[in-house]
Design a protein around this ligand. Sequence first.
Ligand SMILES: [Zn+2]
Ligand SMILES: [Zn+2]
Ligand SMILES: [Zn+2]
Length: 355
Amino acid sequence: MKSFRCDCGQRIFFESKRCVHCGAAVGFDPQSLTMLKLAPTGEFPQTKTPLYNDNKGRTFTYCNNGHQYDVCNWLVEQPEGSAGERATWLCSGCLFNRNIPYLGNTENLLRWRKFEFAKKRLLFTLMRLQLPLESGFAKPGRGLLFDFVEDQRTDPERYPENFATTGHSNGLITINALEADDAAREEMREELNEHYRTLLGHLRHESGHYYYLLAEHDPNFVQQFSAWFGDPTRNYEQALAHYYDHAPIPDWQRFYITAYASSHPLEDWAESWGHYLHIYDALETAASLGISDKFPSQMSFHERIVTWRSVSVALNELNRSSGLGDVYPFVLNEAVENKMAAVDACITALALREA
Ligand SMILES: [Zn+2]
Ligand SMILES: [Zn+2]
Ligand SMILES: [Zn+2]
């Protein structure tokens, strides 16, 4: 993540809606990928939605999900003289939502807020990497959509389904609302014997399945994929059932970033993809804050891995000094690095295809 400053000089964050120093309204402009300081300039007469100007005289409103529910700080630029129909009020990030949970209780509002923050951070990294990014509403079957959903466990009266599984299918990423519940997610993490489980981690992983779909038409990619990850057509249901019924292979650390990555080549891919995005975002943050001297976009892939090895050790040690667990409890050995290099090649090819 880049670091942002208000026009007054104060540091502001990707999630900020107000500058704590000068009190100005601020918001994220997805067009320029930057945070803008805003000055109120009136409201739409029909809807009473507040309007703001930036320092270049452009007019914006907050996304309706920010204006009405305080779960989003992205801006929507208003073309001059526009009537402000409802459809134009959603920001380009919220246009990827297909379903959100029932909003009649405060728990779901809080869960949705966490989901939006994590999703926006994912979208920011995807945009920084110049990956193709289109909503499934605009491009059915090829675009990306999100379902953030509940099941019996959170609302048995409204949702009859026993288990809404977090996953990806044909461009649709489904995230169970419980993943935004810290206590419930921690319980699932312990039950599944994982070292790391976060909403953002899920979103990054699932986006890997989505981009696999976009890449698999390229015969070069498929050849590379099979060389590093194995046969993607291996029976998926059987492999996953086997993984959950048995202990992971004993020396999985030699070949995989996580035990789960050993379950199937496509899961290995999605785990490697997720870690690639994780490292890219964290290195961009480190450079923005002056912790490292180069941005990941200025580094070769191997340089990123070398830098991340030292930055992540420092982060882990700092956390231990605070009496907390490791921030990055993973080992990036050569096998894992090679797989991430294949992810890097795929991202470069997809970004070029888009350009
Ligand atoms: Zn300020
Ligand atoms: Zn929004
Ligand atoms: Zn997966």
